[in-house]
Design a protein around this ligand. Structure first.
Ligand SMILES: Nc1ncnc2c1ncn2[C@@H]1O[C@H](COP(=O)(O)OP(=O)(O)OP(=O)(O)O)[C@@H](O)[C@H]1O
Ligand SMILES: [Mg+2]
Length: 266
């Protein structure tokens, strides 16, 4: 073999080696893409299952609502004809308590699973929040707790495009969680401010806080640490904030308190 032929053979070999390492890199990229496609297919399948489950839950909740209203009616008739001194009255009260828990589960399920469209309007967040805080104050009285609500609101109106009813549900769920997190006495701090391109609403409490390992689960439907909880409160909160294309974040420290912050972009 001539020197020239050897040189040519060498260059062919080099090209072959370069191409084969290119091919190996292509194959690796393809493997990664195949893996991603498989993962996406699994996710699509899972979201199909979840949406079918959601529809079923909504149907069941809807079907339960009417008979439940009937039971509630008869239970309150029974309560009216059973005076407090009657030994059977405590059973009637237990039935009424159970019905009210079921009602809460059913209506939360309907809110969570229902397909919703926002009805947005330009709203002054300060006046809107004041009205919601009066509801929260009634809740505090009902729970017989020493909870003071502190406000940090702008002195001027602050307008944002929101669905005021749905976002009211968000605020109430956060406030009720805050009240429930406070054992007997504490503070809830609500602030509203304009922060560049977003309105920022913060609800902070001095309650018992959330364990680090629970933080990742709190927005998952049915996650609850409460005996009487449905675990749908924060799932609904997240759903409504997402519909507004907003953001929600949480910071919490056990025995210190919790801060939820919502950002609604202008
Ligand atoms: N402010 C808070 N302080 C401490 N823990 C909280 C707070 N907010 C939420 N959590 C935790 O997150 C969990 C989920 O909250 P979520 O509102 O979704 O359900 P829930 O309050 O348990 O039930 P429901 O809202 O139906 O009454 C709660 O059970 C609680 O453990
Ligand atoms: Mg809740």
């Amino acid at each position: 073999m001539s020197q020239e032929e050897i040189g040519e053979l060498k260059s062919v070999m080099e090209r072959f080696l370069a191409q084969s390492s290119e091919l190996i890199a292509y194959k690796e990229a393809l493997d990664i893409q195949a893996e991603q496609i498989k993962k996406m297919q699994e996710e699509i399948q899972q979201s199909r299952v979840l949406s079918a489950l959601g529809e079923m839950a909504a149907t069941v909740a809807h079907e339960i609502r009417n008979p439940l209203a009937g039971i509630a009616g008869y239970a309150s008739l029974l309560a009216r004809s059973t005076p407090p001194e009657d030994s059977r009255r405590k059973y009637v009260d237990k039935i009424i308590g159970g019905i009210s828990s079921l009602n809460k589960i059913v209506s939360n399920l309907l809110v969570y699973t229902r397909k919703t469209n926002l009805q947005k309007q330009s709203i002054d967040l300060v006046a809107w929040a004041e009205a919601i805080l009066s509801h929260a104050e009634i809740e505090i009285e009902k729970e017989k707790k020493q909870v003071r609500i502190e406000r940090d609101f702008p002195t001027e109106p602050l307008n944002a495009e929101i669905d005021s009813e749905k976002l009211q549900q968000v605020m109430l769920n956060l406030l009720i969680n805050a009240i429930q997190a406070i054992e007997t006495e504490g503070k809830i701090f609500v602030s509203i401010k304009s922060n560049g391109n977003a309105a920022e609403i913060t609800v902070a409490d001095t309650g018992k806080g959330i364990e680090q390992e629970h933080l990742k689960n709190i927005f998952t439907p049915f996650f609850t640490t409460k005996e009487q909880g449905t675990g749908l409160g924060l799932a609904i909160v997240k759903k409504i904030v997402d519909l507004h294309e907003g953001e929600i974040s949480v910071e919490s420290e056990p025995n210190k308190g919790t801060v939820f912050c919502i950002r609604i972009f202008f």
